[in-house]
Design a protein around this ligand. Structure first.
Ligand code: FDA
Length: 305
């Protein structure tokens, strides 16, 4: 039953008609629990609130699977405005993006031009940029682009997903770039040919990747709500005396919010991933797929008004 619900929400996440409706009617359709506003101004306010509790942020302007150059350029411009706002408002925040939103599926020329503009803005405004990882069909291309950009810019990192069989080899390959990596389990529906189907294997892989990347001496963002993964990281950090400035925990806005602050109080660095914008449908449906119990939060958002 749980698996059927997960598949249902993943199916909905790709539904274009619902996405259109969500844009038209806005966050009152139930998006506000996981999304920090529809405009840059609203996102800035949410970031200020989080920063005032001591939480760092990585902010993401929602949107994915763009197929016209015009929209990809608009999204790039909007990303740059967000990066400038982070600097102007003196926020403790980084920027995260999905390359399908910046023209990755259109052409190599378009995506490289847009990414260089964003990273230039990041450099000028002292803002670090993380390239989110999308579905497995785009993994190799994402890593290739990351490597090319990393040779030109210091302020860029990316993500690896521990449900993919390939990730351990990717970590070995990426090590020569001393990359700043966010480690996640993975949020997309993937076939058994490329990804572990069982949670226990994904968890074991998560631990292996976290340990390897930390012991390689690279900055590691441990992005999970799973207490077992958090405990494991603490234990590795203690055992191998990993300095606190070499790793941080990351969680999504609206999920286990009380734990964000507790981890801070325990002395760990904590960053909240904060999406904003009108294109929130796919993102929200993936959160529901991860944990159908989250439906309660969404319904609360709808009926609160
Ligand atoms: P998992 O879903 O396995 O849950 C394990 C346990 O965590 C649960 O049993 C429960 O105990 C606890 N838990 C989970 N949700 C909870 C809740 N709402 N309330 C209370 N307890 C809860 N994915 C991707 O493919 N590409 C990317 O770029 C990113 N980026 C990213 C950034 C950040 C900051 C995070 C936190 C996550 C991502 N992800 C991602 C999503 C990631 O791949 C994954 O789908 C989710 O984090 C869910 O997996 P978990 O590791 O949290 O645990």
């Amino acid at each position: 039953m749980e698996q059927a619900l997960k598949n249902f929400f993943l199916f909905l996440s790709k539904n274009k008609s619902f996405n259109k409706l969500a844009k038209k009617y806005g966050l009152r359709l139930g998006g506000s629990h996981f999304v920090g506003g529809e405009t840059i101004e609203q996102a800035v306010q949410t970031i200020k609130d989080l920063n005032s509790k001591g939480l760092s942020v990585t902010v993401d302007y929602l949107g994915e699977f763009v197929d016209t150059e015009k929209v990809a350029v608009e999204r790039t411009d909007h990303s740059i405005k967000t990066i400038e706002a982070i600097n102007r408002e003196k926020l403790d925040a980084q920027y995260s993006l999905k390359m399908t939103s910046m023209g990755m599926d259109i052409s190599d020329e378009v995506i490289m031009r847009n990414m260089r503009r964003i990273l230039e803005a990041g450099k000028k405004n002292n803002v670090f940029v993380t390239i989110d990882m999308e579905d497995s069909g785009r993994c190799q291309k994402t890593l290739d682009i990351f490597k090319e950009l990393k040779a030109e810019y210091d302020n860029v990192g990316t993500v690896v997903q521990t449900y993919l069989y390939r990730t351990e080899a990717d970590i070995d390959d990426l090590n020569k770039f001393s990359p700043n990596l966010r480690i996640v389990k993975g949020a997309y529906k993937e076939p058994v040919e490329v990804a572990f189907p069982d949670k226990k294997d994904v968890d074991e892989s998560f631990k292996k990747i976290v340990k390897k990347h930390m012991l390689n001496g690279n900055f590691t963002a441990i992005a999970t709500h799973d207490e077992a993964m958090i405990e494991y990281t603490k234990q590795i950090a203690k055992e191998y005396k990993i300095p606190k400035d070499q790793y941080e925990f990351q969680m999504l806005y609206g999920i286990r919010s009380e734990r964000h602050v507790e981890l801070l109080k325990e002395g760990y660095n904590m960053r909240v991933y904060l999406p904003f914008g009108t294109d929130w449908w796919g993102y929200n449906m993936r959160r529901l797929a991860e944990r159908p119990a989250n439906v309660a939060f969404v319904l609360k958002g709808v009926f609160k008004k």
